[in-house]
Design a protein around this ligand. Sequence first.
Ligand code: OAD
Length: 251
Amino acid sequence: MNELIKRAAKDLAAAGNVVALTGAGISIESGIPPFRGKGGLWERFDPMEYAHIDALMRDPAKVWKVLVKEMKEIVDQAEPNDGHKGLAKLEARDKLKTIITQNVDGLHQAAGSTDVIEYHGTFAWQRCMDCGKKYENREVDLSEIPPRCNCGGILRPDAVFFGEMIPQDAMWRSRQAASDCDLMLVVGTSAVVQPAALMPVYAKESGAKVVEINPEKTPLTREISDYLIMGAGGDVMNRIILELELKTDNI
Ligand code: OAD
């Protein structure tokens, strides 16, 4: 792994426009379970029954009680880990431009990253299913589930459910960022959910290097990625940052 850390630090030092694509894996060290694999949410909940827009429309109370409430409680308590902080450090040193995240937990922003595209929306806001009014979490009374808007409509997280469109702005900004970058860091995503998993493909097609950080191989490995650094997001980010700091003071 040491050689790959050195290679990533060298590639980052040489790159002029770096973008990161992140997934649930980067937040595991913050105590948020991933979706797939061991301990993943989809092992316990059938996504078609709880995370599809049809399920939410059919029975919002059921989706709230089972999935949304639990996810929201976990997300509300979570703190950024070294993976989020490492990416924020790269941005603070003008090394990383934009993060495209599939996560709805807001932990990149909590770590200090300022240009974060929330590809699958956010759990930080709730939206009325009738009138569309948005509420910040702290304004929402959760003593009644599902919570209600002033108009009486049911509130839902301002996040993307299966079967829903990606928010237009997030979709186009991400595509642009992926096509413009010369290095994409892909951290903690299984890269099986489209269209998010296309971002590294756009980057590669535009001539960028694609560097994966993940303890497991993904469909991108070998096909799209230049190399995979096998390890946990926090540990790998710490080692890359250390290597960059050793190399030069002004990364
Ligand atoms: P997944 O749960 O599919 O994948 C998590 C990835 O994190 C896997 O590839 C793991 O190997 C990796 N991983 C595990 N531990 C890690 C660690 N400590 N550091 C870094 N990586 C680690 O999550 P996503 O790829 O984000 O969509 O899933 C994509 C989308 O599927 C989600 O945004 C969500 C879900 O259904 C919607 O809800 C619309």
